[in-house]
Design a protein around this ligand. Structure first.
Ligand SMILES: *Cc1c(COP(=O)(O)O)cnc(C)c1O
Length: 461
C-alpha cells in the first residue's frame, strides 16, 4: 500500500471509530447474532489478489461490527486461522474447518506457543500414565518428564522448560545444524533406561542461528512411536510455506501435534500475532479448563472454540482483525511475493559476498538469511562486525556455524529493496578494506618494533 493510500485508509478508520464512540448509546449491549454467523457470510479462503481498503472497511462495518464485542472476536479468529492454515499448506486435520477437533488459535508469541504445548503435553502424559496405572502419584510422575529439542533452538524454547518445570534436553544437531531422528531416538532410550519419561519434543523449522530445518520426517515417526507430543517451532520460516516450492522443508508435518508460525515476524502483521494450530483442541481444553461461576455463560463447542481454554490468559485481544486485514490488503499472491522477493534479495547479497574472494558464505543461504565471514580467523570477523555496528549504517548479529564465528545478514522488511542490499554490502566491503589496510600497516610496523626491542635488549645488557 502506497503512503498516500495508507493515509486515506487511516483517516477513514479514525472516522469510523469516532462515529462509533459518538453513537454508542444507540447500540444494544449484546449483539444479536447466532453462533457461526460470521463463518457463514465470509469467504472460506483468503483472497488471491489484493483487495481495496474501501471494501475492507465496508465489510468491517457490515459484518464485524454487528458481532461486537465477543462472538466476532472468536469467529474471525477461526476464519483467519483457516485462511492462513490453508495458505501455508497445513494438513487439514489442523484446521477448524476439517471434520475433526483440530483448529488454530492466535497466541501472543512463539514463546507462548511453545510453553502452551509443553503444559498440554505434560498434562496429557500424566493423565495417560495414571490411567494405565491408577496407583501412580501425579507428583511422582511430573519430575520424571523430559522435553527435547536441538542445541540450535531459540532461547524461548529453553525458557519454556524453565517456566514449565520440565527438564529440557538440547540434543546435538548434525554438522548442518539439523536435529536428526536417530539422535532423538537415542536420547529417548537413554532417558527411559534411567526411569525418565519422554514427554515433549520441539522440532525447529528455521533455526534462529542459521535457519536450519530439523529432519522432521525422521523426528516425526520417532515421536509417534513413543507417543510423545511433537510441537513445531516455525516462528520465522513458517511463512515460506505459503510458497509451495518450500513445503518440502516441512515434510513430516502430519506427525506434529502442534505447529506455530509468527505472523508478526516474516509476514507483515504488526506485533503481536503468533499463529498456532493443534490437531486436537480437546487436549488444550483438558489442560486449561478451570470453571468459575462468573465464567459459566459459554458452552464448549469445538467448532466455535472457547479460546480461553486454548491459551494462558483469560482475556484476549482481537488479533485476528489485523491478520484479516493484512491478508486482504496483500492477497495470497502479494504475501507469497513478499517471501519470494526477500529470498531473492538475500540470494543477491550472497552473490555479492561470493564475488569477493576474501569472504565466504557458509552455510548455504536459507530463506532471507545469509551467513558469511572473512576467510581469516574469528577475531577479524568480530572486529568487522563491531566496526560496522559502531557506524550504525547496517545492523547485523553474529552466530556460529561449525564452531566458527559468522555474521548474519537478514532481509526481513517488506521495504527492503535491491539498492538497500547493495548499500549494505558496500558498507561491509568498505569496512573490510579498512581492516585489510590496517593489517598490512601492522605488518609493516613489525620491523620498527623489532628495532626498539633490540635496542632495549642492548641497553639492558
Ligand atoms: C523469533 C523466534 C522465536 C521467538 O518468537 P517470539 O514470538 O518472540 O516468542 C522462537 N523461535 C524461533 C525459531 C524464532 O525465530
Amino acid at each position: 500500500m502506497e503512503a498516500q493510500q495508507f493515509r486515506e485508509f487511516g483517516r477513514a478508520a479514525v472516522d469510523l471509530l469516532a462515529d462509533y464512540v459518538e453513537n454508542i448509546r444507540d447500540r444494544e449491549v449484546l449483539p444479536s447474532v447466532e453462533p457461526g454467523y460470521l463463518l457463514d457470510i465470509l469467504p472460506q479462503e483468503a483472497p488471491e489478489q489484493p483487495e481495496e481498503w474501501q471494501e475492507i472497511i465496508n465489510d468491517f462495518k457490515e459484518t464485524v461490527l454487528p458481532g461486537m464485542s465477543s462472538p466476532v472476536c472468536t469467529e474471525l479468529e477461526v476464519l483467519t486461522m483457516n485462511w492462513l492454515g490453508k495458505l501455508i499448506g497445513l494438513p487439514e486435520e489442523f484446521l477448524n474447518c476439517s471434520s475433526g477437533p483440530g483448529g488454530g488459535v492466535i497466541q501472543g508469541s512463539a514463546s507462548e506457543a511453545t510453553l502452551v504445548g509443553l503444559l498440554v503435553a505434560k498434562e496429557k502424559t500424566v493423565r495417560k500414565l495414571m490411567k494405565l496405572n491408577p496407583d501412580l502419584d501425579e507428583d511422582e510422575i511430573k519430575p520424571k518428564l523430559v522435553a527435547y529439542t536441538s542445541d540450535q533452538c531459540n532461547s524461548s524454547v529453553e525458557k519454556a522448560g524453565l517456566l514449565g518445570s520440565m527438564k529440557m534436553r538440547l540434543l546435538k544437531a548434525d554438522s548442518n545444524a539439523r536435529l536428526r531422528g536417530e539422535t532423538l531416538k537415542q536420547a529417548f532410550e537413554e532417558d527411559r533406561a534411567q526411569g525418565l519419561i519422554p514427554c515433549y519434543v520441539i522440532a525447529n523449522l528455521g533455526t534462529t542461528g542459521t535457519c536450519a530445518f530439523d529432519a522432521l520426517n525422521e523426528i516425526g515417526p520417532v515421536c509417534k512411536e513413543a507417543d510423545v507430543w511433537l510441537h513445531i517451532d516455525a516462528a520465522y520460516a513458517g511463512a515460506a510455506f505459503m510458497c509451495p516450492e518450500y513445503r518440502h522443508l516441512m515434510k513430516g508435518v502430519e506427525y506434529a501435534d502442534s505447529f506455530d508460525v509468527n505472523a508478526h515476524k516474516w509476514m507483515p502483521v504488526s506485533f503481536d500475532c503468533s499463529a498456532m494450530w493443534v490437531k486436537n483442541g480437546y487436549d488444550l481444553i483438558n489442560t486449561f479448563d478451570v470453571q468459575r461461576i462468573y465464567l459459566d455463560d459459554v458452552q464448549t463447542d469445538i467448532k466455535i472454540p472457547d479460546y480461553r481454554h486454548w491459551q494462558m490468559p483469560l482475556g484476549r485481544r482481537f488479533r485476528s482483525l489485523k491478520l484479516w486485514m493484512v491478508m486482504r490488503i496483500y492477497g495470497a499472491e502479494g504475501l507469497r511475493n513478499l517471501v519470494r522477493t526477500q529470498i531473492s534479495l538475500a540470494q543477491h547479497f550472497a552473490n555479492l559476498v561470493r564475488a569477493d574472494d576474501r569472504f565466504l558464505v557458509e552455510p548455504e543461504p536459507s530463506m532471507g538469511l545469509v551467513c558469511f565471514r572473512l576467510k581469516d580467523g574469528d577475531n577479524i570477523n568480530k572486529k568487522l562486525l563491531k566496526n560496522l555496528t559502531n557506524k550504525k549504517k547496517v545492523y547485523m548479529v553474529a552466530g556460529s556455524f561449525r564452531e566458527r564465528y559468522i555474521i548474519r545478514f537478514v532481509v526481513c522488511s517488506r521495504l527492503t529493496n535491491k539498492e538497500d542490499v547493495e548499500y549494505s554490502w558496500n558498507e561491509i566491503k568498505t569496512e573490510a578494506d579498512l581492516l585489510s589496510q590496517e593489517k598490512i600497516h601492522a605488518k609493516a610496523q613489525i620491523p620498527a618494533i623489532d628495532i626498539v626491542a633490540r635496542e632495549l635488549c642492548e641497553k639492558s645488557k
